[in-house]
Design a protein around this ligand. Structure first.
Ligand code: COA
Length: 259
């Protein structure tokens, strides 16, 4: 893959996607966003990849959109940038495989928004999360005003969005923004453990569960229940449903084949 600002390695079913623009704390410019969209599309197509992990470096997951780039912008270019951002992020949020944000250091602005598109967020104890856009005279433009209030309580979201205040990993954990906080040097191990558990799950059921949750969040309860019912019934046509239930009845561990 010809990528300028992302390092990608694939290991034991896990794609480790690392933002790699350290001199700018991994700030997102159009090239990074295009790289991200490309990588997510490849992860979707590659059957050997079962879980996608997004990560940065010790100092920064991603410190936001590139302010140097945005400073020269006008209304038209802002639409261009947000179109690109939304496309990459929607693709990530809709990826039919589980995604984990492994957050160390700064996850600000677009970085926090990318983490919000993932299914799981594991933070190192040095993580700082925030949406400081208001302090720059703008508002979050990559889903922050929509996804954050759906995840944490409104008072925390208001503090982050209206005041632009950042929060540390402990507060992010208390407010439900991150699932778990671990010492920085345990982050990779912790994420690997979570990814391994996800890989053990039956692939098609996992995909259906994610689709039901994600689609259900943006529709009415009635429509969401219909999506759930259809996916539930569809799974009765899979070999893994037969295996899962037979294994329970035979008091043994299931061996799922992803079919
Ligand atoms: N856009 C562009 N460049 C950025 C950036 C961003 N969002 N965040 C950091 N950088 C650059 C800095 O300009 C600096 O580059 P330089 O060495 O060429 O001057 C480099 O990354 C290192 O950052 P620096 O500010 O020196 O590190 P720090 O440890 O003193 O501070 C932060 C870290 C994250 C507190 C600070 O960089 C910051 O506030 N960044 C902007 C965060 C933000 O507002 N994000 C939302 C944007 S919409």
């Amino acid at each position: 893959m010809d990528l300028k600002y992302l390092n990608v390695r694939s290991e034991d079913g896990i794609a480790w996607v690392q933002f790699n623009r350290p001199e700018k704390l991994n700030a997102l410019n159009p090239e990074v966003l295009r790289d991200l969209e490309t990588v997510v599309a490849r992860c979707e197509q590659d059957d050997d990849i079962r879980v996608v992990v997004l990560t940065g470096n010790e100092k920064a997951f991603v410190a936001g959109s590139d302010i140097g780039h945005m400073a020269k912008g006008d209304i038209k270019s802002a639409y261009g940038l947000t179109d690109l951002t939304m496309r990459a992020q929607e693709r990530l949020a809709d990826l039919p495989k589980p995604t984990i944000a492994a957050i160390s250091g700064y996850a600000l602005g677009g970085g926090c928004e990318i983490a919000l598109c993932c299914d799981f967020r594991i933070a190192a104890d040095n993580a700082v999360l925030g949406l400081p856009e208001i302090t720059l005279g703008i508002i979050p433009g990559g889903g922050g005003t929509q996804r954050l209030p759906r995840l944490v309580n409104l008072a925390v979201a208001a503090r982050m969005i209206l005041l632009g205040e950042s929060i540390n990993s402990e507060e992010a954990h208390r407010s439900g923004l991150v699932d778990k906080v671990v010492p920085l040097d345990c982050l990779e191990e912790e994420v690997k453990e979570l990814a391994s558990k996800l890989i053990e799950r039956p692939f098609l059921a996992l995909r259906a569960a994610k689709t039901a949750m994600r689609k259900g969040m943006s529709t009415s309860l009635k429509e969401g229940l219909q999506i759930e019912q259809d996916l539930f019934c569809m799974l009765f046509g899979t070999a893994d449903q037969k295996e899962g239930m037979a294994a329970f009845l035979e008091k043994r561990k299931p061996v799922f084949k992803g079919k």
